[in-house]
Ligand binder design. Sequence first.
Ligand SMILES: Cc1ncc(C[n+]2csc(CCOP(=O)(O)OP(=O)(O)O)c2C)c(N)n1
Length: 734
Amino acid sequence: MNVNRLEECADDLFAHGPLTAAAQPSGTGRDHAAWKHRDSQQEPACRTGSGRESGSGDLHSAPMVDLAHGRPSMLNDPECALDIIGIERPIMSTLPTNTPLLDQIANPDDLRKLDETQLQQVADELRAETIAAVSMTGGHLGAGLGVVELTVALHYVFDTPNDRLIWDVGHQTYPHKILTGRRERIRTLRQGGGLSGFTRRSESAFDPFGAAHSSTSISAGLGMAVARDLSGATRNVICFIGDGAMSAGMAYEAMNNAGAMHSRLIVILNDNDMSIAPPVGAMSAYLARLGSGRTYLKIRDIGKQLTKRLPKSIDRAITRAMEHARGYVTGGTLFEELGFYYVGPIDGHNLDHLLPVLKNVRDAEAGGPIMVHVVTQKGKGYPPAEESADKYHGVNRFDVVTGTQQKPKANAPSYTRVFAESLVKAAANDDKIVAVTAAMPAGTGLDLFAEAYPTRMFDVGIAEQHAVTFAAGLACEGYKPFCAIYSTFLQRAYDQIVHDVAIQRLPVRFAIDRAGLVGADGATHAGAFDVSFLTCLPGMVVMAAADEAELAHMVATAVAHDEGPIAFRYPRGEGVGVEMPQNPRPLPIGKGRILREGSRIALLSFGTRLADCLLAAEELAQHHISATVADARFAKPLDTELIGQLVRHHQALITIEEGASGGFGSAVLGHLSDTGVFDRGFCLRSLVLPDRFMDQDKPEVMYAVAGLDSRAIVARALDLLSKDPHRLALASQG
Ligand SMILES: Cc1ncc(C[n+]2csc(CCOP(=O)(O)OP(=O)(O)O)c2C)c(N)n1
């Protein structure tokens, strides 16, 4: 849809009385902005209705360097955009921000005191402040830039925080945070002790619902709306959801329910024609069609004006009948069929359009859910973001002037890349190998697979549940689906794993990326639970790669394993720099390996904490303690022979994993308990993530706090061996 079209729509459909003389076209006031548009007259990125822009963006940039340890750390990551490296050493030119209006706004009450004519300037200053802050912290940028005007308009029109404004995912809320009392802390975004990169109830009254995983906003909003109705309150509830997030089943479950409840709920659909990658699916095409339906809008116009004038008291049945009739004439929108009152599409960068529409919606007398379809441009107002394929969805620290991101040199390939390249290689010899992602083609590395085998890669949208059952269907027909989903997002699909895959013993291969701590994205994105929730499933094989070579072998193992489901987990970031195998080979199922032989204590690692175990063994040697280090490789089935050997030949055993309790350590504990070794007083300790959700921080700080680094392992070993030497000696003889 072009701009003129949008202006027409907004003017005749949604004018809230005559626009004030001071109302200015989009772009006015840019002279005040600290960041100057290269071309302030640029057309808003409203689509033409025919197609959607494409571009995937190279999100496989080089890893960041862990400055504290001088060794490579985690990867530039669309989802975990930044490894925290500290903002105390600005290394690039920063933006001089001149923000006279923004400086007057401590919270939305101050914003509401301003004249409407000043709001574009506020938006410009807010955009500049967002760019300046993210240039120093890294994080999600494109999404926030695209909703600056909307953020201003929403807080201006609605009485937040009394009115509930619920952001889906929450990655677009940096401008919202700046306007809602968090400007002073905005440069602590995603840092230890700083602001979260998403919404969080404990952070502010203006965040009525915490998020980070997508497509929850309408459900949560409906709950709040119904609670409001039950308690006789009158506040507005506004859910803000992107077109990408609209691809998830939960959004439809919520809309279906909202239509039936007929509770008053406002949903803002932010249609920027992007997810992290280009949007996929029929809904994306449908939204494009909605944006181009001129006839439809004309007829809707009449219906809408009529409905607006209906008195509150009018019988709901009449309103319904009229809505139905309107749908009959026009075909209706999907949203209307679901019981929503649909308004749009409108230009989300034009305050002259946004403000009257939002006021109308706020003041609408009719009950029931309302959908406001707003078209925006991801990355709006910052040319490097606008021009990049991924619209700067997630960025490292960057130079504001050039847009160049800081990308430290990689010392080893990332696990993600090793997975993808191994799979691409394996697929050359096996045409049954197919790959599935849930809206994360670049994040999972499957964009590489798509390049090599475009017809064998499936991006199903933000739909993890569907992805798993879809993979199950592929497996039923003899294909070898690799379902690559981040650990944290796989949580969504648990019943599908149990009911659709495990019970039927279908050979779906789960490639679980971002397993373990993820640094800047914090608790919502930590891959903490997959080992626990997978090892309890009968017939499931669960592996964890200790390094990138192991990962290549595990991909080969998964290709070869056709007897049932198999999962392999690997962390965010780069490998340890080991030599890669020319021909990865399938590992014997349920067999671990010993890397270092000792005699007093055994360290049994599951996953990439192995490197810290080896360091710990070195340090223990300096204390004259001889330690064996073993890599379990499998949490299920357990290598009971190896474990038995470790128990027989050592005084104590420590298991280490980067996961919550209930995982590998618990499995070892259960096995040893069943075999009666504790009856003889054998000493076992399990090092796991602490039993609390860990906030974002530097990875090395998180490992130290979690007690999973080499120092903590040494401390636990020393403590354990100091307990009761006599008993320990007896145990080792038993
Ligand atoms: C359940 C879940 N799966 C995947 C993601 C990763 N993710 C974060 S933002 C995003 C894209 C969201 O697209 P959209 O809602 O259109 O917002 P935009 O970034 O375009 O503003 C995805 C897939 C997530 N947050 N939650």
